[in-house]
Write a protein that binds this ligand. Sequence first.
Ligand SMILES: [Zn+2]
Ligand SMILES: [Zn+2]
Length: 293
Amino acid sequence: MDWVTAFAATCGLWLINLLWQTPIVWGFERLTSRYPVAAERQLRGLAFTIVVVPVSVAISMTVRNAARSIHPLFDLHAIPGYAGHPTLTMGASAALSILLVDFAYYWTHRLQHTWPLLWRFHAQHHAIRDLSALNNYAHWSETLVGEVFKFLPVFLMIRLYPGIIGLIAGVFVAIHQGYIHSTSRLNFGRWSWFISDNVRHRIHHSIERQHFDKNFGIEFGFWDHLFGTAYVPMPDEWPETGVREQAEAKSLKDYWLWPRHEVVQADHGAIHEVAGRQVSLDGVDCAGVEPGA
Ligand SMILES: [Zn+2]
Ligand SMILES: [Zn+2]
């Protein structure tokens, strides 16, 4: 299959997945929500997610094709007996894929909060005020960051064979990512140290200072406990979300052109950057920031 055909087929597959997963995620949130979520915000978030599909697919295919041409350090089939047991190989591959990629994502995510260049783009995801299962879009460059920092190291380290079990696991991962941004009343309680839930991830998106740079884990909560960034929320803790000095993208133009000009490295470090100037946390000068930018 040539590149263009593979590209078109992969885009189609992504869109079909969105088509059937969206009503499930939307319906679940609607039935269990803490409060009504504005339909207009949901549709806007969904539109931002859909328009970025061709870009994400192109980036993902390019990086993964390059990775396939390099022989990894270790091949799961090198373990005696694995190659002859497809179900065992697929199950172990799927579990390992999720674990290793989530570990790599934990550190990538920390880098996104500490490296100002990456924060400028990651801030688009954090600027969302009305966070929900469908309104949780991210900047298109996050695919590039994810492929290079999350997937590439795992591809270069180990060759896995997730097969159909990997595809099924991928669907659960996608739905889980909608759930952790949802407004659902249902959560995993004290088990969120293992599988992350929406209350834990809400803390990561919080606008309140005591929650900054906490709960970086996406699928699993234990990375944060292991590496000292865990914040275990109280049962009734449900903070506002957003970036204090940064308006969210309101149109497709805003979305694509982000960061158009002033992006504040809001509260995630000792320094704020406004219109190329740096100001201290205590003397935040946001005169240059236009609402809606
Ligand atoms: Zn983040
Ligand atoms: Zn998030």
